[in-house]
Design a protein around this ligand. Structure first.
Ligand SMILES: [Zn+2]
Length: 145
């Protein structure tokens, strides 16, 4: 018996993503959902490190580009352009720019032109549920008393 044709996702089936991800991570990344503002784990989180795609692990954002936009979602002035895909999104009666992980197609959030001018004027408004933070390794090899 032949396997049914897989839906659009290039890397995993919906069932495989469901196994890997929490309900909220699945809803945000695979169903283009949005977590409630101020509910995620990274909107008020300021450790040094990199933010990776929660689905495929691609490094997408750096803590040095993170800023507090007061909107309740993690906000970045820059992302890794080679690993991010932007698409026109006309849902909910608005014209927005959707941001996805290029490697696995995960929905991450949206890109708005209202970021801090001194940082380039862009705001990547990203769901915490789409991200996995990895702290920067301390470059400390010698023990000094
Ligand atoms: Zn990904």
């Amino acid at each position: 018996m032949a396997e049914p044709a897989e839906p659009a996702n290039p890397t995993k089936t919906a069932a495989q993503w469901r196994e890997r991800l929490t309900d909220e991570q699945y809803h945000v990344t695979r169903e283009r959902g949005t977590e409630r503002p101020f509910s995620g784990q990274y909107h008020d989180f300021w450790q040094a490190g990199a933010y990776h795609c929660v689905c495929c692990g691609a490094p997408l954002f750096q803590s040095g580009h993170k800023f507090d936009a007061g909107c309740g979602w993690p906000s970045f002035s820059h992302g890794d352009g080679a690993r991010l895909e932007t698409l026109d999104d006309f849902s909910h009666g608005m014209r927005r720019t959707e941001v996805r992980c290029q490697q696995c197609g995960a929905h991450l959030g949206h890109l708005f032109p209202d970021g801090p001018p001194q940082r380039g004027g862009q705001r990547y408004c990203i769901n915490s549920a789409a991200l996995a933070f990895q702290p920067e390794f301390q470059n400390k090899t010698d023990d000094k008393d």
